[in-house]
Design a protein. Structure first.
Length: 441
């Protein structure tokens, strides 16, 4: 298992882009660890939405299916599933018809590494100062290199080097999933990155950085700094981890170096003594078990009582959460006459609390549903089994007696159809309470 302090992940906006369309993630499920980097397609609407959707759908799929799937089958199934989800989303929202993102992902189980990718985000392995590319870009220029039409050096300068042949969100994809795993060795370092890094640095420069005598965090910062020094024309995402064998594994019992006596050399008397000794030892174990049994049962009763008390505590805190929510509604009254028709870039002025009791949504979907420009402005948290989102909103409204959703929508929106936004955000609209007014288009 790779320790947390042997994993470093960082995503940087770069020097040119106004928003970060990259996304990365890593998590553990059972004996398996997953690492992934996605790069939303630049120049297309919703690039940051595509990468965030991919990350969230991947984690959900992998968490649900990892226990019943082999690694290769699992990775391929995850990419195909996410591709279909992004494609359907684009069809349902014409503005995002060409939504797309790259993805490179790694699964580590024990000392075995499995990898898969779609697009031009890459995975590298550095071992004993040697750098090996684990992936090959799904790009037009890479196809020319494979055919021998151009060299690798010429590909770096080719005008169509950013033209992808595959990405998540296309009608059909063929995920590149390695059929043979990599047997990790102590000290191996694995790098996942977006093309914001590889378009700025040569593989030799990447290798030199990865073998530098620095901590992993220092290496990641150095790679991103170098890419920015070269111009930082794209978002730069780097996920780096180092493999170290689990030192807690018990060592094998050493064999006795003394020569074992032959069967002929064992006397009947010695055999009898051995049997008697074994019986005495067994009787001692049985007695010890009987003495401990009562103590164990008492401990179990204590644990059951403790579990019951925890249930009571959980119920108590759930009541507290609801009380806090009511308190928040009361605090909102002081600003009920203030709402905003616009917001400045990444800094929203007002936020609403959205309860996702059944865990139906993710940040990417909410950003589209409620017209949030910056997906990172949406925060989520799970409390007592329920998911809550903090979402930027346009304003607040005090519901008067007799007011309908249509009446409320007329005050804030030019299109009455937008009244559905209010209803979705506030499922329980009652007179005498405040509701949040989401942003419209």
């Amino acid at each position: 298992m790779i320790a947390k302090n042997d994993i470093v992940a960082r995503s940087d906006i770069g020097k040119i882009r106004v928003k970060n369309e990259d996304a990365l993630n890593f998590f553990t499920k059972g004996s398996r660890q997953f690492f992934m980097v996605c790069d939303g397609m630049g120049g297309h609407p919703g690039g940051e939405i595509a990468s965030q959707m991919a990350i969230e759908y991947l984690e959900t799929y992998l968490q649900e299916h990892t226990a019943h799937s082999q690694p290769v089958e699992l990775l391929e199934g995850a990419l195909l599933h996410v591709n279909e989800q992004i494609r359907k989303f684009g069809q349902q929202h014409p503005r995002y018809l060409h939504l797309g993102t790259t993805c490179v992902m790694v699964l580590v189980e024990n000392e075995q590494l499995y990898h898969a990718h779609v697009g031009d985000s890459r995975a590298y392995l550095v071992r004993k100062a040697e750098l090996k590319a684990l992936t090959k870009d799904h790009s037009y220029v890479q196809s020319l290199v494979d055919k021998g039409v151009i060299s690798t050096e010429e590909a770096d300068q080719h005008p169509r080097k950013n033209e992808l042949l595959q990405s998540l969100g296309m009608q059909q994809i063929l995920p590149d999933v390695a059929k043979i795993s990599v047997n990790l060795q102590a000290g191996d370092r694995v790098l996942l990155c977006s093309d914001g890094l590889t378009n700025m640095l040569t593989e030799e420069e990447i290798r030199q950085a990865l073998i530098a005598p620095l901590e992993l965090k220092g290496i990641v910062n150095r790679l991103i700094d170098l890419a920015n020094e070269r111009g930082g024309v794209d978002n730069i995402s780097v996920l780096l981890f180092q493999y170290q064998p689990d030192q807690s594994t018990l060592s094998m019992i050493q064999e006795d170096t003394q020569q074992m006596p032959s069967k002929e050399g064992i006397s009947p008397k010695r055999t009898l003594l051995s049997v008697v000794s074994f019986l005495i030892f067994s009787a001692f174990i049985v007695l010890l078990y009987l003495q401990k049994q009562q103590a164990w049962e008492a401990d179990l009763n204590k644990m059951q009582s403790y579990a019951d008390s925890l249930k009571n505590v959980a119920y108590h805190y759930k009541e507290k959460a609801e009380t806090l929510q009511q308190a928040q509604q009361g605090a909102i009254q002081s600003i009920r006459d203030h709402y905003f028709d616009s917001f400045d870039s990444d800094h929203y002025r007002l936020y609403g609390l959205l309860r996702d009791k059944n865990k139906e949504f993710n940040t990417a979907e909410l950003s589209l549903r409620y017209n949030i420009f910056n997906t990172s402005a949406i925060k989520s948290s799970e409390t007592l089994g329920e998911r809550w989102f903090i979402v930027p909103v346009k304003g607040l409204h005090y519901v008067k007696e007799g007011e309908t959703l249509t009446d409320i929508a007329e005050k804030y929106y030019t299109e009455l159809a937008d009244s559905s936004l209010v209803e979705r955000f506030n499922p329980d609209v009652q007179p005498g309470k405040f509701i949040f007014i989401p942003f419209n288009k």
